[in-house]
Design a binder for this molecule. Structure first.
Ligand code: GAR
Length: 208
């Protein structure tokens, strides 16, 4: 079988999507990928504890330690290169990456977003704000999307989506939990495997 695709997961917070990836790998379903590195831009992110428990290498890169966004992103790129990372997964990573960064990794960065893109997405829509907006608008169905990352926030090609019902009396917190459980934790690992398989097979093809 082709060599596994080396994955880095970028996180900022709780890391439940990272946990879904870890559990997916542990159960043997991440057949074409390997979780090699977790990078956090927040030293207090619980995601770091999850990574350590799963014995995945971690790196904390704080924006405030750099004089510019460019220097911060260059530090991330250096860490990715040192670890020979082939696929970057944004799993609750709360910074928007610059065009310089995304152009470097065409179709090699994926992101999970907690709505059905193109609804409730783009700059300013992250975390609970997305669910507040969906409830505020009064939509009856929401969901999650995994997409490739390009220079347009939440604008890259869609890989997988899953719809989730909105129920009477939902709060943003209740809805966030349902969207995670019913959609994000399922489609993020599935999309990761799909993309890893493509990368592994293309690499294999290039060698013959
Ligand atoms: C998730 O709901 C993820 O989709 C969202 O933040 C949460 C992170 O949770 N991401 C965005 O809103 C990105 N635009 P987690 O740290 O428990 O995975």
């Amino acid at each position: 079988m082709a060599e596994k695709t080396k994955i880095a997961v970028l996180v900022s917070g709780g890391g439940t999507n990272l946990q879904a990836l870890i559990d997916f790998e542990k159960s043997g379903r991440l057949q074409h990928g390997k979780l090699c590195l977790v990078i956090s831009d927040n030293e207090n992110a619980f995601a770091l504890e999850r990574a350590k428990k799963a014995q995945i290498k971690t790196s904390v890169i704080l924006k405030r330690n750099f004089e510019s966004k460019k220097a911060f992103e260059e530090a991330i790129i250096k860490t990715l290169e040192e670890n020979e990372i082939e696929l970057i997964i944004l799993a609750g990573f709360m910074k928007i990456l610059s065009e310089d960064f995304t152009k470097r990794y065409p179709e090699r960065i994926i992101n999970v977003h907690p709505s059905l893109i193109p609804s409730f997405c783009g700059e300013g829509f992250y975390g609970l704000k997305v669910h507040e907006a969906a409830l505020g608008y009064g939509v009856k169905v929401t969901g999650a999307t995994v997409h490739f990352v390009n220079e347009i926030p939440d604008g890259g090609r869609i890989i997988l989506q899953k719809a989730v019902e909105i129920k009477e009396g939902d709060t943003p917190e209740i809805l966030q939990k349902r969207v995670m459980e019913q959609a994000e934790w399922k489609i993020l690992p599935a999309a990761a495997e799909k993309v890893c398989k493509e990368i592994s097979e293309n690499r294999q093809g290039a060698l013959v």
